[in-house]
Write a protein that binds this ligand. Sequence first.
Ligand SMILES: [Zn+2]
Length: 250
Amino acid sequence: MPLQSIVAEIKARVSLLDLVTPRVALKKSGRAWRGLCPFHPEKTPSFYVFPDQGTFHCFGCGANGDHFTFLMRTENLDFAEALRRLAEQAGVTLPSRAAEAAEERRKAHLRAVLLAAAEYYHHLLRQPLGERARAYLAQRGVEMSTAEQFLLGWAPEGWDTLLRHLVGRGFPVEDLVTVGLVVAREGGGHYDRFRGRLMFPIRDLDGHVTGFGARVLDEGQPKYLNSPQTPLFDKSASLYGIDQAREAIR
Ligand SMILES: [Zn+2]
């Protein structure tokens, strides 16, 4: 099925209203629905959804488009990822090459999250609050040049240090959960999985960071904590990386 037909099929199966209403409160207005524009600040609603046509239009800021543009703009997605999500919601099977391309982009995005985390942990290791970790490494004979080479890092004690940093950089919380850096609280909200730990990025054969090995500096338990199983981090396949991580932060 050509992409054009897939897009049409998705639009036929999913009402634009179903996409918009979780994000914007709408009131019926003739054949359209009206609400406060999610793309610019306003007090009087000028954002219209036309479910029959599957389009939206804001008469305040000019934002307009369809299912795909709406999802891409509100969730900060590229087209491939929006297509993947909408196809899933619509129950439309994507042709394998498109699916693979979307999946590859998804993985690239998740890898970017992990690299940003590794770089941030490493940055923190060099900050005053990383002093205890630096002292620990020095005591073990690990030079800072080695720490830099392996991008060793420090996850501070706080509950949301990494969370706030990465969300501030525009990474969606769901992606942080997906790669195992952040855990969802039962009562809502999220917290950093790794706290008060020396961080060792685990890489795949291509050198991409796929997860972390982490250890406490004191007698805390568990002594070692690894990333959970994620789309990028296959624990069984990453055993070598984990061993390497332990070797370095033993
Ligand atoms: Zn607007």
